[in-house]
Design a protein around this ligand. Sequence first.
Ligand code: DGP
Ligand code: NA
Ligand code: NA
Length: 215
Amino acid sequence: MAATAGAPRGAFILFEGVDRSGKSTQAAKLVEALNAQGTRAELWRFPDRKGTVTGKAIDEYLSATAAAVSSSGTGGTEGGKSGAGLSDQAIHMMFSANRWEKSRALLEALQQGVTLVVDRYAYSGVAYTAAKRVPGCGVAWCKAPDTGLPAPDVTLWMALPPGAAAARGGFGGERYEEAGFQEQVRGVFAEVRDSSFVDVDASGSVEEVHQRASC
Ligand code: DGP
Ligand code: NA
Ligand code: NA
């Protein structure tokens, strides 16, 4: 697509939150509403599991069952799926590289005037790894590989009381989808939030949250 001369830069709107906080639903609804009002907007998500070099390994890593993970050790090749047994450090780099793989296209879209509504980004990157409490992999270590990525204009934080997300319809069985771990993730998000963060009360109906997220 040719760049429109003089088109205003699109906005980079990020949704962040723990699993089951409603990010994906709300991000999709916001894109729909923006397009309906004539704003060119696209839904992007991270990790981007398709169309990236790192996406397949990340998908294998997230899909691996707890049993398969504990028997594979670190760097194993469980079931031929080399992503499943990646070490915490290696998968951290994969998630970051996944964002870097898309960073040029992301900037180009913004420059062409497209507003990007993004479902997760580097704050998730820091929160999910730091929440593992692996020695040597604190917040500063976790932030390092994402340094220099395009920054969001606003981060809509899907705010829910502790336990509320887990109580919503259950987790899907992917790695990380466990209530205790999610509380640790929430704690790191609270520690790393910055001036881009705006809290959205994520409780109530999809329509109620949509009204809050779009004003
Ligand atoms: P989602 O498709 O949004 O549910 O994300 C998949 C899972 O991966 C979810 O539990 C959050 C986690 N996740 C997302 N981004 C990152 C990241 O950069 N690093 C790590 N370690 N986990 C992430
Ligand atoms: Na998930
Ligand atoms: Na989601």
